[in-house]
Ligand binder design. Structure first.
Ligand code: BGC
Length: 482
């Protein structure tokens, strides 16, 4: 990486600045990774904790479902208030508040004397995860220079997948007895680390400008990009800030921002309706139905075929999102996901008509198709949807608009995880996977026709797109403009 310093500077000064920049970016990366770990761990851990909870509190199915899924509802509520919080308190303090809520929730969960207190802990944890799921990517996307912005937000997704993997692993190790308390309690650790990581960092320059603190904004820009042209970047942020109306809920839903709002919300919902969390939550059951008969073979298949493949493929996105652009990754990914789901559905159809308890050939094909599905999701809809949601809104409504899209994502996640099993009862496994595949088709068509390429554009340039139909058409038509 080259530091473009002034003519007379010494190599030592320039490398010192590069080091400082490296350190600040690393710290921002750490913040976003810890926020993602919280998200992912909570997404993955509950399936392994349920048995112990059920035994200890002897709860019925309904309460067990509530314990499982109300984290998502808490997260939806957290995401909704996070936008206004991030605009008012700042991105940084909002992240601290999220982590504190999360730590408190994890303690309540692990010490819960009964099921209802446990539910309260789940809601609190969910609330913290929801707030962090809005504030952390927002913070990173506003602080990161545009050349690494996509990569920075993809780090969030990478951390989510690592969190899920670690949770699957904890599930696998700690399945017996009272150890569910440990599984839920240890999630306080990344919460504490998150607070420690963000304390020495500044807030985002865009938020400082919005609240009239121009010198703080300059200092923040200089910390992330020492030696870069801070003056012109600050001027661009200030110019946009002057010409924008104040952010309000009415402004979020104003006609001129309808296009980015619809794009963000639809991508967020489609990310869930294509079935990822049905597979994350119910992988064990899917492998069981496909012929993996022993519980240990099911959880091993889940750990490696779902958990590890998810992590590894997300690395691809982290490396490529700023090189290839968002559109190609989304288009190729949705085709890969759709085709593999068609195969998974067909395998279940074969199982159903043959009325066997599962042959190993069918099991292996199902496993390969699921791996392809997870891999295709992990380099496309997983990270890229979060990247796009965090870069398409004008800065004065960004906090709230990101919150709306994120809450829509949580709501759709809740729908899928709550109703997956009933859907299977209603239209069979094959029908359910084909329905998910149909949503992959919808995603492909929608991205093709409506989603502009944002690679390499500054947030200010992206904002200008929405008022310039010709530029917008070019950004949709060109495969990787920018
Ligand atoms: C989704 C989560 C999902 C995860 C899987 C994220 O992008 O928002 O709902 O569990 O990817 O890796």
């Amino acid at each position: 990486m080259v530091v473009t310093g002034g003519g007379g500077e010494t190599g030592g000064a320039s490398s010192g600045r590069a080091r400082r920049r490296g350190r600040t970016l690393l710290a921002v990366g750490l913040v976003i990774m810890l926020a993602g770990l919280l998200f992912g761990y909570d997404q993955g851990v509950i399936s392994g904790a349920l048995d112990g909870i059920q035994k200890q509190f002897s709860v019925g199915t309904l309460l067990l479902e509530v314990i499982t899924s109300w984290v998502t509802l808490g997260a939806m509520a957290g995401a909704l208030v996070a936008g206004a919080m991030a605009d008012r308190l700042g991105r940084r303090k909002t992240i601290v508040a999220a982590a504190v809520l999360f730590i408190a929730g994890a303690m309540v969960e692990s010490l819960a004397p009964g099921a209802y207190v446990l539910v309260a802990g789940r809601l609190l944890v969910g609330f913290g995860v929801g707030v962090a799921s809005v504030a952390a990517p927002l913070y990173a996307s506003e602080l990161a220079p545009s050349r690494v912005r996509g990569r920075m937000v993809s780090l969030y997704q990478l951390a989510i997948t690592i969190g899920i993997f670690v949770a699957y692993f904890a599930d696998y190790l700690l399945v017996n007895g009272d150890r569910w308390r440990v599984m839920l309690g240890v999630s306080a650790i990344p919460g504490v680390l998150l607070v420690l990581a963000i304390l020495p960092l500044p807030d985002s320059p865009r938020w400082y400008v919005k609240t009239g603190r121009h010198e703080a904004a300059r200092a923040a820009l200089e910390r992330v990009e020492p030696g870069a042209d801070t003056d012109s970047e600050l001027a661009a942020i200030e110019e946009l800030d002057r010409t924008e109306a104040a952010g309000s809920w009415r402004e979020v839903f104003a006609a001129r921002w309808r296009r980015p709002l619809v794009i963000g919300v639809l991508l967020a919902v489609l990310q869930q309706l294509t079935g990822i969390n049905a597979i994350i939550y119910y992988a064990d059951k899917i492998f069981a139905a496909a012929g993996f008969s022993s519980p240990s073979s099911q959880s091993l298949a889940t750990l490696w075929a779902v958990g590890a493949v998810n992590v590894v493929s997300t690395f691809i996105a982290v490396a490529w999102v700023d090189r290839f652009g968002r559109r190609p990754l989304l288009l190729v990914g949705s085709v890969g996901m759709g085709l593999s789901l068609v195969v998974v559905g067909a395998m279940f159809e074969v199982l159903g008509t043959a009325r066997t308890s599962g042959t190993s050939a069918t099991g292996v094909v199902t496993m390969i198709a699921l791996v392809t599905f997870i891999a295709s999701f992990a380099f496309s809809l997983g990270p890229v949807v979060w990247t796009i949601i965090n870069e398409i809104y004008p800065s004065h409504i960004r906090g709230r608009a990101v919150a709306v899209a994120t809450a829509a994502n949580w709501f759709a996640a809740w729908l899928v995880s709550q109703f997956f099993l009933s859907l299977v009862g209603l239209i069979t496994e094959a029908g359910t996977f084909w329905l998910f595949a149909a949503f992959c088709g919808v995603t492909y068509a929608f991205v093709r026709r409506r989603v502009p390429e944002t690679k390499g554009k500054s947030l200010e340039e992206v904002e200008i797109l929405w008022g310039d139909p010709a530029a917008l058409r070019r950004a949709i038509a060109g495969p990787t403009t920018g």
